[in-house]
Design a protein around this ligand. Structure first.
Ligand code: GUN
Length: 283
């Protein structure tokens, strides 16, 4: 038996349709959601992400600004731009694409974004709100995973949920969202002993490792739901996930790469931007 493919592209299109409809209503009341995207340097993967974010803004009827800054940009210059955007009434959301060049302190950039415009939900204020369970912005990748689970009727309540990877962007907030939905959550990482054994316990397995084909069939329980957050390139330059495609024969549900979590992540960014616009206008 082959797993049901969880179609993030189709769900994204549906959610973006809803966002566009809501945006049109907001525009009638004089509010256009606006997103500013900053990219520093010319990392090819980041350039693709940023282009996709601009496209998504257009699809949702948003106003957008893009700042492509040279790799030599100083931290002071970048923080100066963020300070201006924090004050800009057209801009409801600000996103600085990570990673930034090494001479810039990533945390200083995150801390500089006004929490009410932090549509990535990376600022410590928003991270804290997520931990407590009272938040406006949901971190985009984990939020996309939760929407996919809901769409396919997979309820984490009482289930063994294993997250592989403990990054601030994916692993940690993913664990919190699953916990809020009453999952029994384990976070694994490179130092975990018997990683395969822990993964085999999972009813819902989320792979956010950043290594091609890291999760192999022997690490997966029959009938599990396997969520692949990976975006890697194999030796031939082809985009592939963290999960070996052979896992399709063991899992009951699985997200493809590309076309699974990726499109959902950007759609959740749009959802956060819409939310930011509404909150900032008291709607
Ligand atoms: N780099 C990789 N993922 C992300 C993300 O979700 N937001 C930002 N700002 N940078 C990223």
């Amino acid at each position: 038996m082959s797993a049901v493919k969880m179609d993030g592209k189709a769900l994204s299109a549906k959610v973006r349709g809803g966002i566009l409809a809501e945006t049109e209503e907001l525009k009638k009341r004089g509010v256009t959601p606006g997103l500013a995207v900053i990219i520093v340097g010319n990392d090819p993967a980041s350039e693709i992400y940023v282009r996709n974010k601009e496209k998504a803004c257009a699809e949702c009827g948003f106003y957008s600004e893009k700042y492509a800054l040279p790799a030599e940009t100083t931290q002071e210059e970048l923080l100066g731009l963020i300070a201006e955007l924090n004050q800009s009434p057209q801009v409801n959301g600000i996103l600085c694409q990570m990673p930034v060049p090494k001479h810039i302190d990533e945390q200083a950039v995150i801390d500089a974004i006004a929490p009410e415009k932090d549509v990535d939900a990376f600022h410590p204020v928003n991270v804290g709100k997520i931990m407590v369970g009272n938040f406006d912005f949901v971190p985009c990748t984990p939020a996309g995973v939760m929407e996919l689970l809901a769409e396919y009727g997979i309820d984490p309540k009482g289930k063994e949920c294993v997250v592989v990877g403990r990054s601030n962007i994916v692993g940690k907030p993913m664990a919190m969202l699953l916990l809020h939905k009453h999952g029994t959550v384990t976070v694994c990482h490179s130092r975990t002993e018997d990683l395969a054994g822990v993964c085999r316990r999972a009813d819902i397995l989320v792979a956010a490792v950043g290594k091609a084909a890291f999760v192999t069939p022997d690490m997966v329980k029959d009938g599990a739901t396997v969520i692949d957050v990976g975006m890697n390139r194999n030796a031939e330059g082809k985009v592939c996930g963290d999960v070996d495609p052979a896992v399709m024969d063991k899992a009951a549900y699985m997200t493809p790469v590309p076309g699974g979590v990726g499109p959902m992540t950007i759609t959740m960014l749009m959802k956060n931007t819409l939310k930011a616009a509404k909150v900032q206008h008291g709607l």
